[in-house]
Write a protein that binds this ligand. Structure first.
Ligand code: ARG
Length: 461
């Protein structure tokens, strides 16, 4: 395609260097904002016409041209060109080619600075709504598993050492709590993002009698950004979104790490469906949890995007600086990575098959009911510190005998505290242990079922 002069080339004596042109162009990546750019232009043009800044006929031509451009882009026939730098100028140039002078009037009372800030907010807002749905789907998968396995006992860990019995359902609901907060954070971030930059123009506002509320309303913004310098320059909404996304990825990464551990032959707590594992090119016996490992790995990229955007903003003087063109790659990547990770995880979680025997075997090795024995003694009037001490000695005895504490005969236990009776045996089973933690937030199966029901209700249907 032949080089055309830039839309802003009026005051320049020589054409821009080829390398500079390529270096500064963003159309290769910001064409992702085309749909939002057109929506923003339409709202702007309608406002200009309503305020008498352009004529009704200009508006009709602009609407017709933008509708055609939208179709061309959807069909893949639109000719993107780096000669026109970015998505905004590509569309504006095509509009003028299609409808003539009215196309040249569209940019009245506007700048690419408030335009790009608007496009990006519109784009991110839509993506956030999709991500919210994906988080909800993942939460639904987790709740489904938690309901099915509300009473399935497994070791709970601290320091990755067997600590106390918990139920698989309770364990999964911990992630439900995390992902619910991730949704909440996104909702709050969305509300702060949802303010219209258009009208700020390049940085100082415009001398035309614009109606920003009208544009805000048409584009679904809650209100207008109050300060023009801020509106065109800050990308805190993108930073904040990446913060939300990074946290969600960190939560996914923790779950991924557990799936890697659980599906290893050392743990054997869950089986992954074959279609979520991959083989090794050299070791025929392998079935690797690559999906979980990749999600764990991809969390690094989203944390990286957050760092990139924070660093991008850090030393920028007011108002717009071209640095901000670099906000797109990290933001797009964070959105894509989070979306892909959530989608693959929701289904994988739904298909996890827990292995009760392996869980129980692990529980029988770690003296997991030691705290239950101490609590039993406390209920008989022994002060907790003394009970703790007595049980520590019981554990030593069990270790010496090479058995789990729950296997020691009542007669042996009595040597450490004479008040111990036959009823202690029930207390020392994993089922007795979890059933005893019967309060809100506790791991008793009855509580897990109630918690799952509450989480389902919060999901709405
Ligand atoms: N492509 C630019 C960006 O992404 C659009 C704004 C350009 N504004 C300017 N004054 N050069 O930020």
């Amino acid at each position: 395609m032949a080089s055309k002069p830039k839309l802003w080339s009026g005051r320049f004596k020589e054409p821009v260097d080829e390398r500079v042109k390529r270096f500064t162009a963003s159309v290769e990546f910001d064409r992702r904002l085309a749909k939002q750019d057109i929506a923003g232009s339409l709202a702007h043009a309608r406002m200009l016409a309503a305020a008498g800044i352009i004529s009704k006929r200009d508006l009709t031509a602009i609407e017709r041209g933008l509708a055609q451009i939208r179709r061309e882009i959807e069909k893949g026939g639109f000719q993107w060109s780096i000669d026109a730098e970015d998505v905004h100028l590509n569309i504006e140039r095509r509009l003028t080619a299609l409808v003539g002078e009215p196309g040249k009037r569209l940019h009245t009372a506007r700048s690419r600075n408030d335009q790009v800030a608007t496009d990006l907010r519109l784009w991110l807002r839509e993506e956030m709504d999709g991500i919210d749905g994906s988080l909800a789907a993942l939460i639904r998968s987790l709740i489904g598993q938690a309901e099915r396995h509300a009473a399935l006992v497994m070791p709970g860990f601290t320091h990755l050492q067997v600590a106390q019995p918990v139920t698989f359902g309770h364990h999964l609901l911990a992630y439900v709590a995390m992902f619910e907060r991730d949704r909440e954070r996104l909702v709050q971030c969305r509300a702060r993002l949802n303010q219209l930059p258009l009208g700020a123009a390049a940085l100082a506002g415009t001398s035309f009698p614009i109606d920003r509320d009208r544009v805000a309303k048409e584009l679904g913004f809650e209100g207008v950004a109050e300060n023009s310098l801020d509106a065109v320059s800050d990308r805190d909404f993108a930073v904040e979104f990446c913060g939300c996304a990074a946290l969600a990825m960190v939560h996914l990464s923790r779950l991924a790490e557990e799936i890697v551990l659980w599906s290893s032959s050392r743990f054997g707590f869950v089986k992954l469906p074959d279609r979520y594992t991959t083989g090794s090119s050299i070791m025929p016996q392998k079935k690797n949890p690559d999906v979980a490992e990749l999600v764990r790995g991809k969390s690094a990229r989203v944390v990286g995007s957050l760092m990139a955007l924070l660093t991008l903003m850090k030393s920028q003087p007011l108002a717009y600086n071209r640095d901000n063109q670099e906000d797109k790659a990290p933001l797009f990547d964070a959105v894509d990575t989070l979306k892909a990770s959530l989608a693959v995880f929701a289904d994988m979680i739904a298909k996890l098959v827990p292995q009760p025997r392996a869980m129980r075997a692990a529980l029988a090795e770690g003296h997991a009911t030691a705290t239950d024995l101490a609590d039993y003694l406390v209920r008989q009037g022994v002060p907790f510190r003394d009970a703790h001490e007595a049980v520590a000695r019981v554990v030593r005895e069990a270790e010496r005998k090479g058995v789990d504490l729950s296997r020691l005969p009542v007669a042996t236990l009595k040597r450490f505290s004479p008040t111990i009776g036959a009823d202690v045996k029930r207390v020392l089973t994993p089922e007795g242990s979890v059933a005893a933690r019967d309060h809100i937030g506790g791991t008793a199966p009855a509580q897990v079922r109630k918690a799952a029901a509450r989480a389902r209700k919060r999901l709405g249907k």
